[in-house]
Ligand binder design. Sequence first.
Ligand code: GLN
Length: 492
Amino acid sequence: MSETTKDIEALRNRVLSGEVKAGALVETSVKAAEALNETLNAFLEIDRAGALARAGEIDGRLSLSNRDSASAPALAGIPIAIKDNICVRGMQTSCGSRILGDYHPPYDATVIERLLGAGAVVIGKTNCDEFAMGSSNENSAFGPVRNPWDTARVPGGSSGGSAAAVAAGIVPVALGSDTGGSVRQPASLCGVVGLKPTYGRNSRYGLVAFASSLDQVGIFARSTVDIARVLRITAGRDPRDATTADVPVPDYTAELTNDIKGARLGFPKSLFGEGLDAEVRSSVEAVVDVYRELGTEIVEVELPHAQYSIAVYYIIATAEASSNLARFDGVRYGFRAEDAPELRQMYRKTREEGFGPEVKRRIMLGTYVLSAGYYDAYYRKAQQVRTLLKDDFRKAFESCDAIITPTSPTPAFLIGEKVDNPLAMYLNDIYTVTANLAGVPGLNVPCGLSSNRLPIGFQLLGYYWSESTLLKLADAYETARPFTERPPICAS
Ligand code: GLN
């Protein structure tokens, strides 16, 4: 097993004890990224020199200071990968788009600043759907990412590169962004754990905006405990993002006690109906049985407005995207079209050549639903239904501590299978978008393989700020039914 498939604590202890240098650990990770990139296309940039230099610094600092576990940085020498829509100083931020191309931001996102402060080493930027719009990673301007379980299949999207990098054992942890499921859905399709925290838990400063009222930075790892460790570092109020809340950040790992007796798990029966793959259904129902055995009480809950969530999401997300993406005009960042002597012509040509078809579709949809004649019929109505959906969750969480659903209606589908049918693609997000609309946290946990050896995941949804509860429930499941399978494409 490769070094980088071990959990963070084990890796950190080896670095602290001097058994392995941070430099060697990072070298292993970079090498795996380089070796597998031709097959997976998971990375858009691999920063070998920068990562090794930074690992060297950490080794230097550790040899000077004490190596005591309590005082040493929590992520000392841990290699991480970052979705290419989160700013890391000195590296590119393309958002999977030609319009940003090799844009190099002059600053770190707050989540990056915090991870670096804890001793983590960024090894590269991961491939993603253009501006995080997609569920398959086929919308990247730089080619699709391939699923390490079956390279003919999608890894999910939009954070497919980050999910594939963790699944393939290149890095133990990666960051993505989740606007409507882009961390949880690829985590499910790649067989790793993926968290979208409560809106306002992680700072969005330095995350390139897609739909600001839905976007959250999320975390991929191979175990719940690693998610808990990383969230403790990234989470918390940030004066540079007014939507972060001043809610205390608990020691998430300390709360992973495995004692979930008496917890109440909500089962929304109506979400297990039509359109759900039979193997996914039976796997997630089997998880419910495990929870029952572990002493949780299963209670039926209703989310009556969940049936409208795809429609509401694709109105609100496109409306916000059309406004956020107005800033890409060829003047401020990245790419500018040539042969456009007049200003408006330059804007038009830059956007025409710089944006891909899905981004253009969303800008048009969003502009339409915000236009004077349609605002009330679409945008205002969608916001009203969003409020009803929030209310559904408030009521449901009166009788339970978490809700269980599938994460994705099917295991990984084939590259090309849905690319010409946007509606079929949008329907993939049926289980994930509700959490973003309501602002509540959601977690994907792997729970087995399909008959053709593709990962299946279940989702736990919680009330605001209940990440601890979700992580504790997930950790108890993992302890009872560890998911130890590895994909055929994996760092050796
Ligand atoms: N698949 C959804 C979309 O295409 C979600 C994307 C995301 O979470 N960034 O909008």
